[in-house]
Design a protein. Structure first.
Ligand code: FE
Length: 331
């Protein structure tokens, strides 16, 4: 009897440790609605349980730092290369060696030390009023500084990381002096105060408050999905030069992961043909894996050349970009 109890209890502890080994714990700045279906699919396919905590980018990073080696998190999912760069810079991620990830994710969409990998691509490009603007008159982000757009430009606030990343990439491309000149030109051309989000900015173009602006394509996608006749067009910026500014959402393995292998396997799966559409379509983003096609609505906007500077530059130059926009009077 005693032996049987002993046997049972050791059996239980073996099971418990196996559950521990198999479970992957994820901190995610992507919301539950986006990640839960993916995790459910992964569990169904592999039997591996995923525990997750969602929160804002900053709060999750702060939590990882505060928890240090006690963190239950094996993996971090966050948005914007600026935030991924910060996570790496603050030492909460660890390098991963994975031939699968190197094959699935292009070099400019992942960290040079392989501490994080882009999983979806977000394109930030030009939008215009179909009633007032001929697309031929558009060309680039830089061109929006031209006096011909005076009183016609709408922009989202410079406080949003998306614009900080865009300006950071411009600094990488043109240097600080020229970038500042461009940003000053944007400010001089503003039709109205800056907007708190891309959706409001796009709707201002539709309402005739301004004629051109810059936004992430998924905000546009969400609107045209509801309103197919939305009177705003999409224009792929900088096609004759360096290409459309792209950013990523992505993931990395935490420095103190208890289940490093499990986290790597999950990131590999997220980068694969099985998961890429599930990861990107709901948010109307582009797959980071170039072999995978985006959702049909998005594919309908055509293909574009994207800027091939490593997205990590956006993080590296973010502080510089923020100061520059402040000097230029971009609120
Ligand atoms: Fe967004």
């Amino acid at each position: 009897m005693k032996l049987k109890t002993l046997f049972l209890s050791s059996l239980l502890s073996v099971c418990a440790s196996q559950v521990w080994a198999e479970t992957v714990t994820v901190y995610s700045a992507r919301n539950e609605q986006l990640i839960k279906p993916l995790f459910d699919a992964y569990t169904k396919e592999t039997g591996v349980e995923i525990r997750f905590v969602t929160g804002t980018e900053g709060a999750l990073l702060e939590r990882l730092r505060a928890e240090g080696s006690n963190t239950p998190a094996d993996m971090l999912i966050t948005v914007d290369a600026g935030n991924l760069w910060q996570a790496s810079h603050q030492g909460v991620l660890k390098p991963v060696k994975s031939a699968t990830l190197e094959a699935n994710i292009p070099a400019h969409l992942r960290d040079a030390k392989n501490e994080w990998f882009g999983l979806s691509v977000r394109a930030r490009t030009l939008f215009y009023s179909k009633a007032k603007v001929k697309p031929e008159s558009l060309s680039s982000y830089e061109d929006l500084a031209d006096p011909k757009w005076k009183g016609k430009l709408c922009l989202r606030t410079s406080k949003k990381v998306y614009n900080q990343s865009l300006v950071a990439m411009m600094i990488a491309q043109h240097g600080e002096a020229k970038t500042e000149q461009i940003v000053r030109g944007w400010v001089a051309n503003l039709a109205t105060d800056v907007f708190s989000d891309d959706t409001a900015m796009l709707k201002a173009i539709a309402a005739g408050q301004c004629e051109v602006g810059i936004a992430n394509t998924y905000y546009y996608g969400r609107i045209v999905d509801q309103e197919p006749n939305f009177p705003v067009g999409i224009f792929w910026a900088n096609q004759k030069t360096d290409g459309v500014h792209v950013n990523v959402s992505g993931a990395g393995v935490t420095r103190h992961a208890k289940n490093e292998k499990g986290a790597i396997r999950l990131i590999e799966w997220l980068s694969s043909d099985k998961a890429q559409n599930l990861y990107t379509d709901k948010g109307m983003e582009y797959p980071a894996n170039p072999k995978i096609k985006p959702d049909a609505l998005i594919a309908g906007w055509g293909t574009f050349k994207s800027n091939l500077i490593n997205v990590a530059k956006a993080g590296e130059l973010q502080a510089q970009a923020t100061k520059l926009m402040d000097r230029a009077g971009y609120k």
